[in-house]
Design a binder for this molecule. Sequence first.
Ligand SMILES: *[C@@H]1O[C@H](CO)[C@@H](O)[C@H](O)[C@H]1NC(C)=O
Ligand SMILES: *[C@@H]1O[C@H](CO)[C@@H](O)[C@H](O)[C@H]1NC(C)=O
Ligand SMILES: *[C@@H]1O[C@H](CO)[C@@H](O)[C@H](O)[C@H]1NC(C)=O
Ligand SMILES: *[C@@H]1O[C@H](CO)[C@@H](O)[C@H](O)[C@H]1NC(C)=O
Ligand SMILES: *[C@@H]1O[C@H](CO)[C@@H](O)[C@H](O)[C@H]1NC(C)=O
Ligand SMILES: *[C@@H]1O[C@H](CO)[C@@H](O)[C@H](O)[C@H]1NC(C)=O
Ligand SMILES: *[C@@H]1O[C@H](CO)[C@@H](O)[C@H](O)[C@H]1NC(C)=O
Ligand SMILES: *[C@@H]1O[C@H](CO)[C@@H](O)[C@H](O)[C@H]1NC(C)=O
Ligand SMILES: *[C@@H]1O[C@H](CO)[C@@H](O)[C@H](O)[C@H]1NC(C)=O
Ligand SMILES: *[C@@H]1O[C@H](CO)[C@@H](O)[C@H](O)[C@H]1NC(C)=O
Length: 485
Amino acid sequence: MELKTLLLCLTALPLTTAETVLGVYIFHRHGDRSSKSLPPVNLTSLGADQVFQSGNFYRERYVMSNASAPIHGLSTDIAVPSQLNVLSPSDAVLQSSSLAFLQGVYPPAGSLSVSTLANSSEVEAPLGGYQYVPVTSSSTASTSTNAESSEWLQGGSGCGNAVVSSNNYFQSAEYLSTLSSTKPFYSNLSPIIGGLFGSSAATFKNAYTIFDYINVGRIHNSSIPSDDLLTDDTVFQLRTLADNHEWNLAYNESDSIRAVAGATLAAQILQQLNSTLTGKGATPVSVQFGAYASFMSFFGLAQLHKVSENFTGVVDYASSMVFELVTNATTISKTSYPAASDVSVRFLMANGTAAQNPLTAYPLFGQSDVLLPWTTFASEMNKFAIGDTTAWCQACGNTTGVCASSTASSSSGDDGSSTTAASTSGNGISLPVAGVIGALVTLVVILGLEGLVYALAGLKLVKKSTLASLGAAGAASSATADAKA
Ligand SMILES: *[C@@H]1O[C@H](CO)[C@@H](O)[C@H](O)[C@H]1NC(C)=O
Ligand SMILES: *[C@@H]1O[C@H](CO)[C@@H](O)[C@H](O)[C@H]1NC(C)=O
Ligand SMILES: *[C@@H]1O[C@H](CO)[C@@H](O)[C@H](O)[C@H]1NC(C)=O
Ligand SMILES: *[C@@H]1O[C@H](CO)[C@@H](O)[C@H](O)[C@H]1NC(C)=O
Ligand SMILES: *[C@@H]1O[C@H](CO)[C@@H](O)[C@H](O)[C@H]1NC(C)=O
Ligand SMILES: *[C@@H]1O[C@H](CO)[C@@H](O)[C@H](O)[C@H]1NC(C)=O
Ligand SMILES: *[C@@H]1O[C@H](CO)[C@@H](O)[C@H](O)[C@H]1NC(C)=O
Ligand SMILES: *[C@@H]1O[C@H](CO)[C@@H](O)[C@H](O)[C@H]1NC(C)=O
Ligand SMILES: *[C@@H]1O[C@H](CO)[C@@H](O)[C@H](O)[C@H]1NC(C)=O
Ligand SMILES: *[C@@H]1O[C@H](CO)[C@@H](O)[C@H](O)[C@H]1NC(C)=O
């Protein structure tokens, strides 16, 4: 009897624990915030709680020692900055969201943060052992579309062809017909929105900002939900009109450059997951905060709107999408890390904070399986990913600013080449480690790696600040374009 039970356990174990998560890329929306119509926009306490709870959800899924799908090699209680790659645009709402999220992933370490000094007195870090995880500010030309302060999708993209493409939407027959058929609907709302949107502004042209103002009011302003004008039907229509407006600005099947935000995000995801693999799990966790528009562009490019019409709607606050790198390989270590052919990718999405909404797997790229071999995933992503400055300049039709210098030094200093540098040195270093040279050498190697990380970080910082200043110029000029449209 007992032997039978034991045998059952032994056979059951490999099946249930067969799959190992090697790494993840999480793309996250900010939590509840104040209205875009009343700047400065800020994260609210409710919003901080939503992203914090999401962080705690991912802690229970991936990080804790008893996590449901633990990430191989990831520190469980003490945050190790080199294992975490966290990006957020330099935008108050998104930066604050990323910090609240990290507080959930690695909460204060308490007694684990206590260190004993030479004179044997003990010191605990402030705020109960609060942990510090650096958040890189991602204000490159290609990611600044994410900023909450940006009025509309391409407002900060600086991508010439994408701005032209999105502006074309405002000339399309579809837009013009909705604009005229919804005139009475929006003007009827003037008792609520009249203070901010005069009769010329209270139209479908501002579908998202009007929806946003009312949505924020329904959450925070006790006199708005009780307003007789706001029936369930009206609220639903406000939301679906805004969804339609934003979807069409973010993606157009026959005009792919409109989805440039999703294309650059796809490249970031692919490059980072690839470096998790080539670095044999050195940096297994990546998290990026960004706006709903990037979700929509990516959904369109990945054909998710064909899985469900839900994907054409604006995702709720604190939504997240996750790309899991998983394997069934049994022995995983630095010396026998799974080959790319043994690795698969699973896409999951939670609409709203993952703590309260199910994290569900969906099939990408019109395929039927939710689990894709890494090579299939990579080749499908590469069909639309825009991964370096040269490709971006070409796709956007930009030739000046950052693009003038990128053509001059096309193969140095872009994201592609820094990934290569990281992975080759990773490979070069892993060999002597395998040769059991001893603790001292290992220490030297670790210090060397850190130096490399800092060197690369330095390189990236230089590049990003250059792009940022150019991106700011781009934002200014496309804001003018918006005013004309
Ligand atoms: C956040 O924004 C709201 C509305 O604009 C404002 O009333 C509030 O004072 C702001 N809070 C902070 C902390 O800035
Ligand atoms: C995991 O461990 C924590 C304490 O470390 C405990 O509070 C929690 O209930 C455990 N969860 C499960 C699912 O066992
Ligand atoms: C121990 O050393 C720390 C740091 O130098 C100092 O702040 C503290 O006062 C010392 N404690 C005692 C009991 O001397
Ligand atoms: C999508 O792009 C096509 C080709 O540029 C254009 O004819 C059509 O009007 C666009 N649709 C929308 C809704 O922007
Ligand atoms: C709350 O709603 C009322 C009625 O629409 C409006 O007059 C007031 O300005 C709103 N308050 C805020 C802080 O938005
Ligand atoms: C679409 O959303 C509805 C309502 O939230 C939900 O019932 C349905 O399951 C969703 N469909 C998919 C494919 O997720
Ligand atoms: C998320 O929920 C909103 C409604 O709150 C809906 O409009 C949207 O379609 C949903 N998106 C997905 C991907 O389920
Ligand atoms: C691992 O094996 C299980 C059981 O055969 C299977 O369902 C799962 O899809 C496999 N996972 C991967 C990543 O191959
Ligand atoms: C992953 O990185 C390696 C080394 O830089 C490179 O050779 C390979 O092409 C990359 N794979 C993908 C799918 O990007
Ligand atoms: C790209 O070109 C557009 C149109 O000429 C311009 O408005 C934008 O600022 C440029 N972007 C960058 C990053 O140079």
